[in-house]
Design a binder for this molecule. Structure first.
Ligand code: SAM
Ligand code: SF4
Length: 341
């Protein structure tokens, strides 16, 4: 392994390029595994969170983010758990957004804190926000998130649209017989606010007890056919750094997107890596290949290589693709909240 790592480093030291030639210019950083919601597809009610000492400090997170930017990353997404429940998160966001070389600082949130934080997020330089919203029915919202905060989230979304973020998006995980009857209404909710919306296929990350993931599976193609009964969709030129495939929608500025980890594998164009809340650099959401960056942050003097070198070398570990099978026991036991969605 050592030899492989050295070869890759010498070939690609100036760029973040993996063994399959993919440019890794997009980093998703989970700033906490904690959350104020308990979405049924993401975690159970009585989930165990990581001990606080294992979570990276905000200074350590900023250090990793700035190192990635120095190495050529143009886009950073801050996520979690719920990133906006992390104390002093605005300080870290400001440090990262002010780092020369960064083009986009984006955020994924459940929206619970947006009403009070949207302006500050805009002021510290967040450029785009994705808000997760899976239903427009308050009771179903409580059933899915296990929290009674539907109105708070919608008010947060409306507050966010008062500021000139570059483009905002709703993310909806669609589950058969749970919220698939709301696909068109969710799209209309986003489009009428000039926002994009992406419909996500549920991934088998972590063991959950609420529902059988295979039974709840609905493909993105089915979601698109539902939408075609209500809207005129045409494939869009729009490309973002994420895995969504977009459609233009007649009479609307916003777009409809699909994220299809099962039905349309997007690994060939994967430009992303993730930093987990405890500092593990995860090379692929659907595999366990990772490098622990914590030693390079906490005891750099005891390491043979620097943080920059550790990051560059870790790219040799990025697998070619993920394999999800809903009919098997989950192979990936970590929850999306621990990973950084
Ligand atoms: N708490 C924030 C939120 O909900 O937006 C950020 C973290 S959350 C893990 C990021 C995204 O992952 C959300 O859009 C959520 O719906 C999605 N997600 C969580 N678990 C998932 C799963 N098992 N399959 C697909 N998407 C999932
Ligand atoms: Fe929390 Fe986001 Fe997971 Fe829902 S999807 S439980 S809001 S981390």
């Amino acid at each position: 392994m050592d030899n492989i790592l050295h070869e890759v480093t010498s070939l690609n030291s100036a760029n973040l390029i993996d063994p399959f030639g993919r440019h890794i210019d997009y980093v998703r950083i989970s700033v906490t595994d904690r959350c104020d919601f308990r979405c049924t597809y993401c975690m159970d009610e009585d989930v165990t969170f990581l001990p606080r000492k294992d979570i990276l400090s905000l200074e350590e997170i900023v250090n990793v983010a700035q190192t990635f930017i120095k190495l050529g990353s143009k886009r950073i997404r801050i996520t979690g758990g719920e990133p906006l429940v992390r104390k002093n998160i605005l300080w870290a966001l400001e440090q990262i957004s002010n780092t020369p070389g960064l083009e986009e600082l984006t955020l994924t949130t459940n929206g619970s804190q947006l009403k009070k934080m949207a302006k500050s997020l805009y002021d510290v330089g967040v450029t785009r926000i994705n808000v997760s919203l899976d239903t427009l029915e308050p009771e179903l919202f409580e059933r899915i998130t296990r929290r009674d905060q539907f109105h708070q989230v919608v008010e947060g979304i409306d507050e966010m649209t008062q500021y000139e973020f570059k483009r905002n998006k709703i993310n909806s995980v669609i589950l058969k017989k749970h919220n698939d009857h709301e696909v068109a209404d969710l799209a209309r909710f986003a489009l009428e606010r000039n926002m994009d919306i992406s419909f996500i296929e549920e991934m088998p990350l972590g063991v959950i007890t609420d529902h059988d993931r295979a039974e709840a599976y609905i493909s993105s193609d089915e979601v698109i056919s539902i939408l075609e009964n209500h809207f005129t969709l045409t494939p869009s030129e729009l490309k973002t750094s994420g895995p969504s495939t977009y459609f233009d929608v007649k009479n609307y500025q916003g777009h409809v997107g699909i994220i299809s980890p099962h039905s349309h594998n997007f690994c060939a164009t994967c430009n992303r890596i993730r930093l987990t809340a405890e500092g593990r650099l995860l090379l692929c959401l659907g595999n366990e290949h990772s490098m622990d960056l914590k030693p390079y942050l906490r005891t750099p003097e005891a390491q043979e290589i620097s943080l920059d070198e550790a990051i560059t070398q870790s790219l040799a570990l990025k697998p070619e693709k993920h394999h999800f099978n809903l009919n098997e026991e989950p192979q990936i036991l970590r929850f999306m909240s621990a990973t950084g969605g």
